[in-house]
Design a protein around this ligand. Structure first.
Ligand SMILES: Cc1cc2nc3c(=O)[nH]c(=O)nc-3n(C[C@H](O)[C@H](O)[C@H](O)COP(=O)(O)OP(=O)(O)OC[C@H]3O[C@@H](n4cnc5c(N)ncnc54)[C@H](O)[C@@H]3O)c2cc1C
Length: 416
């Protein structure tokens, strides 16, 4: 076990990727670290991320990578410069695991899982002296001490006050509350004068008023080759190609997540929004029209669609669902709709189902990673008001934020 080289004691609250990385950075500097988490074990959302093939970071060119954080690229930049995609990969390798770059540029641990990584990481943290305090729910401050609800020695509910030289909050966003990140910290910090933005779903699905007929036939079916055209809040069109899934009450999947920030903001502004589906994204409008206009003899329009354009199943169902009978039977209108089928989205799915959340501690509330109104308290990870698409960007910013918060805390402590 590494001995404490400095007299400092720092509390890290939240044992997700951001908090664990902050704890590791502090422990490496010889600080005594106490890590608190409300749950019985750390890294629960991290483990969930590993279930569907965890992207730990992304291998695209660094300027493009940073650009994925949109309006938060600039405030996140120093943290990403100090601990970016390559540092994340080196860090994984340092835990004895390999990584590979997928065809999309996403970087995965070789077995695509989070559990072996988390196990090795927690083991290394314990070895370096980090003390883990589970089932400790942070409730705020009392007389300058951190206040926790925590079971007593007899297991009964109780409260504990903890004093530390500095604290790092890494409490996560507001999705998947049952894994620990419930956003309950937001009113607590707002009450201390910290500027916060409401938490909102990010990388989320959307509700569509499907007919019973359509959803009973097609819920769960993927659209493998499709493009979505959407407008941003300024009315500019964006087009992305990929895949998504029809659900019982709407749509979800990587292509929808990639557009979800703009769609969410537009629904907030207008009450609903419309996207347009290009069901044959690799075909020109002319080719679609030419194939559709070919004589079909006694064949029904549906079998003509299938034999000439390969449109069947959920794609054919969508055309029937979104077009009137007259539009469907008019080849000109049908050809147009295949390339640009309007679909009205009613609302974003609830935040608890989202991959991540937007909102949280505003950048204007921070000096570096320290809360301006609560000196000596630093924040990291998804609880800060940034958002990013899926593809490893979320975890990279959480890791980088953890390192940055720890370094800022060390710099703040050292001159004293
Ligand atoms: C299904 C799914 C798949 C995902 N896949 C990926 C992926 O492949 N790649 C990627 O980059 N990202 C992915 N993510 C997102 C990624 O997991 C999160 O962005 C990341 O875990 C956030 O890290 P964090 O440390 O900020 O917060 P969290 O991981 O949410 O950790 C916060 C911790 O704080 C604790 N806590 C909260 N409040 C309190 C309190 N009051 N007192 C004490 N403890 C508290 C919680 O128990 C929790 O352990 C995925 C998310 C989901 C839901």
């Amino acid at each position: 076990m590494q001995s404490s080289l400095t007299p400092f004691r720092v509390a890290v609250i939240g044992g997700g990727p951001a908090g664990l990385m902050a704890a590791e950075t502090l422990a490496q500097a010889g600080v005594r670290v106490d890590l608190y988490d409300a749950m019985p074990s750390v890294g629960r959302k991290f483990l969930l991320a590993g279930r569907s093939g965890m992207n730990i970071t992304h291998a695209e060119a660094y300027p493009d990578f940073v650009g994925r954080y949109g309006a938060s690229a600039q405030p996140l930049r120093p943290a990403l410069d100090a601990f970016g995609p390559q540092a994340v990969r080196d860090w994984v390798h340092g835990l004895g695991l390999e990584t590979f770059v997928g065809t999309s540029g996403r970087v995965f641990p070789t077995d695509m899982k989070a559990a072996p990584l988390l196990r090795a990481w927690v083991h290394r943290l314990r070895e370096s002296g980090v003390q883990f305090h589970m089932r400790h729910r942070w409730l705020g401050w009392q007389d300058g001490a951190l206040r926790f609800s925590a079971p007593g020695d007899d297991g009964a509910a109780g409260e504990r006050l903890v004093r530390s030289d500095a604290a790092i909050l890494a409490l996560g966003g507001g999705s998947w509350a049952r894994l620990g990140s419930d956003g309950a910290w937001l009113p607590l910090l707002a009450g201390c004068g910290v500027e916060v933005a409401p938490l909102a779903p990010a990388n989320c699905g959307f509700d569509v008023n499907w007919s019973e007929h359509f959803s009973s036939r097609h819920a769960g079916e993927p659209l493998m080759t499709v493009a979505v055209i959407a407008r941003d809040t300024q009315g500019r069109e964006m087009r992305k190609q990929g895949q998504f899934v029809v659900t019982q009450g709407g749509i979800e999947g990587s292509l929808i997540y990639a557009l979800s920030a703009a769609l969410r903001d537009q629904i907030a502004a207008e009450g609903h929004t419309t996207i347009w589906l290009d069901l044959m994204p690799d075909w020109t409008a002319q080719r679609v029209a030419d194939e559709l206009m070919r004589p079909r003899g006694a064949r029904s329009l549906s079998s003509h669609l299938q034999s000439r354009l390969g449109i069947k199943g959920v794609k054919a169902g969508l055309l029937r669902e979104c077009l009137s009978k007259e539009q469907f039977s008019d080849e000109v209108q049908l050809a147009r709709a295949i390339k640009r089928l309007p679909l009205r989205l009613e609302r974003a799915r609830p935040i608890d189902e989202a991959i991540s959340s937007a909102g949280g501690v505003k950048w204007s509330a921070l000096e570096g990673s320290m809360l301006k109104t609560v000196p000596g308290v630093f924040v990291a990870g998804e609880m800060i008001d940034w958002e990013a698409p899926t593809g490893g960007y979320l975890l990279t910013a959480c890791f980088a934020g953890g390192v940055a918060a720890a370094r800022d805390a060390l710099a703040w402590l050292t001159p004293r």
